[in-house]
Write a protein that binds this ligand. Structure first.
Ligand code: DC
Length: 229
């Protein structure tokens, strides 16, 4: 059993926020796998590569020059080929582009080992779509977060607004729905709950309540890690 907590689910289900809190409580590493697909999509756009050009994007994925850094005044930053792409990373357009490159099987294979390399002592919280089904099948705990479509669109809208991006809820709902459909229907590692995952519907739950639920499961599965933290 690997010391990994997988937190999978559709966009806006709260994976990113919950993963950060759980990783902080445990003092474990964190993998935001969506950020890798997002940064790859930005790299493809920067290099003028069509988002369905599997061979070219696979090559980009294999040589992706990205750094995840932290700056005191600005917080977490993502540096692609020396350029700070942190703002572009979080837009819904980038999310849609990421979902397109993520549908290409060879691209997923090219990013697999890079994701698995995030598993280091003392443990890892991994956020994504296929963490429990494909990237960390032996994870000690697999969570699948869900929330109603309306709630997820509302959360994304608030998130984008807080970052200064104004986009209508209607446009956002449509984009999220299309993205989820693409993520669910792709042939390789589709967005699907692992057989051994535990589902938590977060529609009417606050962040703290979800974190508490996850931490109870973490304590059951990893009692030794929790007694140390
Ligand atoms: O979690 P996110 O919104 O940052 O993810 C962006 C897209 O990347 C998502 O629509 C599908 C893809 N993705 C994926 O296919 N597999 C992952 N493990 C994470 C993200």
């Amino acid at each position: 059993m690997d010391l990994v907590v997988c937190i999978d689910g559709p966009g806006g289900s709260g994976k990113g926020t919950i993963s950060r809190f759980v990783a902080e409580k445990l003092g474990w590493h964190i993998l935001d796998s969506g950020a890798l697909y997002r940064v790859l999509a930005i790299a493809a756009i920067h290099h003028g590569v069509e988002l369905d050009n599997e061979a070219a994007i696979t090559l980009l994925a294999a040589h992706l020059d990205v750094q995840f850094t932290f700056e005191q005044d600005k917080g977490s930053r993502v540096i692609l080929e020396g350029e700070d792409v942190s703002e572009q990373l979080r837009t819904e357009e980038t999310g849609t582009a990421a979902s397109k490159v993520a549908a290409l099987p060879d691209v997923r294979q090219a990013l697999l080992k890079r994701q698995q390399a995030f598993l280091q002592e003392p443990g890892l919280v991994a956020d994504g779509r296929d963490m429990g089904t494909k990237v960390f099948p032996n994870a000690g705990l697999k969570i699948f977060l869900t929330a109603s479509a309306v709630e997820r669109a509302g959360r994304r809208h608030k998130q984008l607004k807080d970052m200064g991006n104004s986009v209508s809820i209607a446009t956002l709902s449509k984009a999220i729905e299309e993205r989820d459909e693409r993520d669910r229907r792709r042939s390789t590692s589709p967005l699907i709950m692992a057989d051994d995952a535990i589902e938590i519907d977060t529609t009417s739950l606050g962040i703290r309540e979800v974190v508490e639920k996850v931490m109870i499961l973490v304590e059951q599965r990893f009692p030794e890690s929790c007694s140390l933290s």
